[in-house]
Design a protein around this ligand. Structure first.
Ligand code: GDP
Ligand code: MG
Length: 799
């Protein structure tokens, strides 16, 4: 169907104008990101454009607008509607004033008419009241006509609303915009080919869950949408309450309650349609529905390929096309047939689909639909109160327990306790094996290589350093296994919901909770996990406080010091360390929010995906994804740091008669330790502790291995614990005193908890945020560590 959408005004597409012809822009078609880009270039309604050069085979075409020359692709120019009525041409001289405005009255009047015509389409489920709304709106006013496709038809009407002309199309009812019925295809083709200025999504308020599904598809298509929340009378009668304003803010779509059958709310509805058309509606914004890590990655891969066809992305949102490809949508494949890298796109789409199907054990379409329902459930959970909606029965029964006001939180803490408990009790078994393996390897190398620096490097530097760290891999993998399991079943999303209120008190969002929790495992994947947060502010804020979550790398240090100096109350002491970290995270968050992130941002939906039994493959894959970051750190930073620290302690080589400790003291690292001693003396630390702390910059596990090297008494039977307990100052004003007291040990644990997280974490923050924030984290954490340790040591010394 190709009726002129503004019947009495001759309109053309900009691409149809010949060289030297001039036109006035009446509208820009297409999806949001295209419109935004073209607007930024100056192609705004009411401005005049002149064609500088346009030959049939020439692409791009050159135009002049507001005194600038701009080249547009032909495909882009096809999406810009212009008018070239004789009237407007006669006043052409006035069109090219510096502001591109139209002083002349006739031109004004003319343009007024052309620019104030809105093409709107009614989209919604069957029986939601579209036709009632259509009839009421057009109400035997001007003309109503039929137009039809092959098997389905639609009614069209034009009527006046205030000083606008609204062309309204009543499209057939559909539950979804896929390709399974002629109605669906008709609606889809109308939206994508006719490109209405505003889509009016009619929703049956008494059946929100199912009706909003279609809305999520409109969101993917990146269109200008207004929701008519119809049957509002039924919602009110049911006693349920919907905060439709809040829901609108979450979706980025204004929602207007209507009772179409009684002509209630239609004026407000069309006022809002006008406001959205004029980009005057504060709520309207384009949001992304978060499909979860795996799908988002696949979408990104496909988008990269789609972007290569500039003509294509002028017409369609690349994100929409990518999602459709993952759903194996044949109509979209046909659409892409002409694009140059069609084969590549097909192959990639198939590869990504198979990958997703292997991870989730379900088809792409189902996975995406589940994610959409998760999004809807999350949005309604925050805005809908009252009579139960028709949900999946299983999900709703589990949710009643899990997110219960009374049981929710204790149940959550029980799970957390169980998780940490299992991580360490179960993890210690394979950790023990690995420890034996590492020491066997050390002995093997020791006995098969001749004495010398190479052997020392291998045994003490590489095997000792990396081996001391790698033994924690089982614990870390188990922790990540649990976290992945909670994510994949859908429980993690509920945990975020339960924690939402609490997190808001910290100035954060419930979703930040997941990365923070992961931080107890390893800060590096936790920093990456902040990607799931929609808001930039939340992302940065979460990253900044993450280092205070005591990662598992710090645990070996605590375990060593606690078993040496706090034989009683072990659990309590350990708990207090974790608690100090959490309290400082809360405090810092509140402080940063005051300092850096004062303005509030648009809210976003916390998805509540349906519960599912996770496939072993997906849990293992997700566990591995996180664990491999840890392994990478092992192979790179920890390896280099171990060798470096070994070398600094090994050279310059002293007399062969020196004990290992004396050798350390006269080595480079001994000198460095002495240099920083004055800075850490107020914390009760000596130069040896200083060296351990410096070595911990690379990774905190290394603190233990450098303590082992530094306190080596030469007695092979003495354990590290007894070495630490017996270590005394040999000179200076503390001579004869013990180096480590319980107070020093506690202060040291606090310092290790708080200072510089590790190089890998700082690198991750630099990559995810910026160099500036990485530098800030570095200074802030170390500063806080010093101050808090100072307070603890000085006050502790008084007793
Ligand atoms: P369509 O299939 O989306 O075009 O829906 P219709 O306009 O044909 O409406 C279906 C039924 O819902 C009709 O019986 C209407 O009278 C009724 N209806 C429409 N709007 C409302 C409303 O706001 N409230 C109530 N209670 N009924 C409505
Ligand atoms: Mg109808």
């Amino acid at each position: 169907m190709s009726v002129s959408l503004t019947p009495d005004i001759p309109c053309k597409r900009l691409s149809e104008l010949k060289t030297d012809e001039e036109g006035v822009i009446t509208r820009v078609f297409g999806h949001g990101s295209f419109r935004n880009r073209i607007t930024e270039m100056g192609f705004v309604r009411g401005k005049s454009v002149k064609v500088i050069k346009n030959a049939p085979l020439l692409d791009p075409v050159e135009y002049e607008i507001m005194g600038y020359r701009i080249a547009l692709r032909r495909a882009e120019a096809e999406l810009i509607e212009v008018t070239t009525s004789p009237e407007s041409r006669s006043s052409g001289a006035n069109f090219t004033t510096s502001e591109g405005t139209f002083p002349q009255e006739s031109a004004n009047r003319f343009l007024h008419k052309a620019g104030k015509t809105i093409n709107a389409a009614l989209v919604g489920n069957p029986n939601c009241g579209k036709t009632s709304l259509f009839n009421m709106a057009s109400g035997a006013r001007e003309h109503v006509g039929n137009y039809s496709g092959v098997t389905v038809g639609a009614k069209q009407a034009s009527f006046h609303h205030k000083d606008y002309v609204i062309n309204l199309v009543d499209l057939p009812g559909t539950y979804s915009i896929t390709e399974y019925s002629p109605e669906e295809l008709f609606v889809r083709t109308h939206i994508l080919e006719q490109m209405p200025d505003v889509v009016i999504n009619v929703i049956d308020a008494s059946n929100l869950e199912r009706n909003l599904y279609l809305t999520t598809q409109l969101i993917d298509m990146d269109l200008k949408v207004v929701v008519a929340l119809n049957m509002y009378d039924e919602l009110s009668h049911s006693g349920a309450q919907l905060d439709y304003h809040a829901l609108g803010r979450l979706l980025g779509i204004p929602i207007i309650p209507t009772i179409a059958a009684q002509n209630v709310g239609l004026t407000e509805l069309f006022d809002t349609v006008v406001a959205v058309f004029e980009d005057n509606e504060p709520i309207a914004r384009h949001i992304h529905i978060n499909y979860g890590h795996d799908i988002e990655r696949s979408i990104g891969e496909l988008q990269k390929l789609i972007w290569q066809d500039k003509d294509l992305v002028a017409r369609y949102s690349s994100r929409y096309l990518a999602i459709k490809l993952l759903e194996n949508d044949q109509t979209t494949l046909q659409l892409l047939q002409k694009t140059p890298n069609y084969d590549k796109i097909c192959a990639t789409a198939q590869k990504e689909r198979q990958l997703l199907e292997r991870i989730y054990g379900e088809e792409g379409e189902t996975i995406i639909a589940d994610a959409k329902y998760g999004f809807i459930a999350g949005a309604l959970e925050e805005t809908y109160h009252g009579a139960p909606r028709d949900k999946h029965a299983r999900t709703s029964r589990i949710d009643q327990f899990v997110t219960n006001k009374i049981w929710g939180l204790p149940f959550f803490f029980l799970l957390m306790w169980l998780m940490f408990q299992t991580t360490f009790t179960l993890g210690n078994i394979p950790a023990g094996w690995m420890e034996q393996g590492v020491s066997w390897l050390g002995n093997f190398v020791q006995s098969h290589l001749s004495e010398g620096s190479l052997r020392d490097l291998l045994v003490d530097g590489i095997i000792g350093g990396v081996g001391g760290v790698i033994v924690f891999l089982p614990n870390i993998l188990i922790l990540f296994f649990f976290i992945s399991l909670m994510e994949d079943t859908g429980y993690m999303a509920r945990a975020a919901f339960i924690m939402d209120k609490l997190m808001h008190k910290m100035g954060l969002h419930g979703k930040s909770f997941i990365p923070l929790l992961m931080g107890f495992g390893c800060n590096v994947p936790a920093v990456m996990a902040t990607r799931t947060l929609e808001s930039h502010k939340d992302r940065i804020l979460t990253m900044l406080i993450l280092p205070f979550m005591s990662c598992s790398a710090r645990l070996p240090v605590y375990v060593l010091l606690i078993s040496a100096f706090f034989p009683r109350h072990q659990g309590l002491v350990l708990f207090s360390i974790y608690l100090i970290g959490i309290l400082l995270a809360v405090g810092s968050s509140l402080l940063f929010k005051r300092l850096f992130f004062k303005q509030t941002e648009a809210p976003f939906v916390m998805e509540l995906p349906p519960y599912r039994v996770p496939t072993g493959r997906s849990v293992i894959r997700h566990m591995w994804h996180k664990g491999s970051q840890y392994l990478r750190k092992m192979g790179t930073i920890i390896l280099v740091a171990s060798v470096l620290i070994w070398a600094l302690g090994h050279y310059p080589k002293g007399d062969a008669s020196l004990t290992p400790a004396q050798q350390q003291e006269q080595s480079y690292i001994g000198h460095i330790g002495k240099v920083i001693e004055p800075v850490i003396r107020p914390l009760g630390f000596d130069w040896q502790i200083g060296i351990s702390l410096i070595s911990g910059l690379a990774a905190k596990e290394i603190v233990v291995s450098s303590m082992a090297v530094l306190t080596d008494s030469g007695d092979d039977n003495a354990s590290l614990v007894s070495n630490l307990q017996n270590l005394t100052y040999t000179e200076g004003k503390h001579a004869g005193e013990k180096v480590y007291t319980p107070l020093v040990a506690y202060t040291m644990m606090v310092f290790i908890l708080l200072y510089f997280p590790c190089i890998a974490t700082i690198t991750a923050i630099r990559r995810e945020a910026s160099r500036k924030w990485a530098l800030f984290t570095l200074c802030y954490t170390t500063g806080v560590a010093w101050i808090v340790s100072f307070i603890i040591y000085q006050i502790g010394s008084l007793f």
